[in-house]
Design a protein around this ligand. Structure first.
Ligand SMILES: *Cc1c(COP(=O)(O)O)cnc(C)c1O
Ligand SMILES: [Zn+2]
Length: 407
């Protein structure tokens, strides 16, 4: 059997829904639906030994992924990303075992590919005619690419200050691209209000059940890459939180599958001081995070002022003994260059936020020098070259004194 998917289950009220039809959020309470599997049956098929012989893409975990028929898999080669030591930066901040899960090699340059591969595959499998999403940029480019591959029309709505390269990507993939005078939640309103009438399937973050299934594979990969020993801490740049809640779900599944024991990493959420709804709710001891007013940060993927999965993120932080913290845009800019120059990893600003967080948590003693800490390098710095100040000398090759101009 390719997939052991059984049903959808509401993470808030427990209502269940059949998995063989398109669903967005819980019809009863409006909260997040999760895909559920017959894990006791999958346990016999998805063993460590069976996994070891499969290609290193996220589809190696197909028993616990929702696509029922392999013919419906829409793939561009997502997943199977490296776990890179950051020896120089790690030593500099007192965490010599620091590792980056480098997601930039995914199709469209970010980990959004994982979620969209699953969401679009399932949308195709269940007969969607078109897909739509609000996005800070990377989700839009991933959705556009997978929709193109699946032959589905894609409608994307992004803030008008979304990095140009992401606007260009969506346009190249043939999506219908609209810029919105507002933030991602404002773009979401347009999608919500138009989906039913226009027949779009809305693949907004955690408003359909399958993007989280794609992102949970980061948890499976981490475990496998660390020889089935979970790390001590995971630092995650949190926007809608799909990856953090997806990995948390993956760990529970893995324990039921007999792949790991009960030990869990500390799950750590990093946001920008300019947009920190989850950090503020964590500090207030609350389970829900209201809209963060006036959200502003140069890291678009974490400029998410309100998250439907707030309670799932906050539960994971607390149950894991993790924490939540903010970093400033200036710290993000400095860390981007520092890690690129020290260890050869030129990461997106969201990823750089995790580097800053690692430094702060090592300095405060929350993370110990002997711990195995993972920073999630969620996207490629190449999409954000406008953030690197360039004032480069121009040499005249015919000037006999050119050599004197070189430092
Ligand atoms: C979307 C995005 C994030 C935030 O991811 P969530 O799982 O939605 O919290 C972080 N980094 C990058 C590069 C992103 O595109
Ligand atoms: Zn519900």
């Amino acid at each position: 059997m390719y997939s052991y998917l059984t049903q959808l289950e509401c993470t808030f009220c427990g209502a269940t829904y059949p998995a063989n039809e398109l669903h967005t959020v819980c019809a009863g309470c409006g909260k997040v639906l999760y895909a559920r599997y017959d894990l006791s049956a999958a346990r016999g098929a998805m063993t460590k030994e069976a996994l070891a012989s499969r290609p290193f893409t996220l589809w190696r975990y197909h028993e616990v992924l929702p696509v029922l028929d392999p013919a419906n898999v829409v793939t561009l080669g997502e997943g199977g990303t490296p776990l890179l030591p950051l020896p120089h930066f790690g030593r500099a901040i007192g965490l010599p075992g620091l590792l980056a899960k480098d997601e930039s090699g995914n199709p469209t340059g970010s980990f959004k590919a994982r979620g969209m591969a699953l969401a679009i595959s399932r949308a195709k499998e269940l007969g969607a005619r078109a897909v739509a999403a609000p996005s800070a940029g990377n989700a839009a480019s991933a959705m556009s690419a997978y929709a193109a591959r699946a032959g589905l029309p894609a409608y994307v709505f992004m803030p008008q200050d979304t990095p140009t390269i992401m606007q260009a990507e969506c346009t190249a993939y043939g999506a219908h691209v609209y810029l919105v005078d507002g933030l991602i939640n404002d773009a979401g309103k347009i999608v919500r209000e138009n989906s039913a009438a226009r027949g779009w399937f809305d693949v907004s973050t955690l408003k359909e059940p399958y993007r989280a299934e794609g992102k949970k594979t980061m948890g499976y990969e981490l475990a496998e890459q660390l020889d089935w020993e979970l790390p001590d801490a995971i630092i995650y740049p949190t926007g809608g939180g799909t990856g953090i809640v997806g990995m948390w779900k993956a760990f529970a599944e893995m324990e039921t599958l007999g792949l790991i024991g009960p030990r869990r990493p500390k799950m750590i959420c990093v946001q920008s001081t300019g947009c920190a709804p989850i950090v503020e709710a964590f500090n207030r001891g609350e389970r829900h995070a209201p809209l963060f007013a006036g959200a502003q940060t140069l890291a678009p993927g974490i400029r998410v002022p309100i998250a439907i999965g707030d309670y799932l993120i906050l539960d994971a932080l607390r149950e894991s003994g993790g924490t939540a913290l903010t970093v400033t845009d200036d710290e993000i800019l400095a860390a981007t260059r520092e890690v690129a120059a020290s260890d050869g990893l030129y990461a997106s600003p969201e990823a750089a936020a995790t580097f800053v967080a690692a430094r702060k948590l090592a300095a405060s003693g929350f993370l110990g020098g002997g711990e195995r800490v993972i920073v999630f390098s969620t996207g490629a710095g190449l999409k954000h070259t406008e953030l690197i100040d360039l004032d480069l000398p121009v040499l005249d090759p015919h000037n006999p004194a050119v050599s004197a101009q070189i430092a």
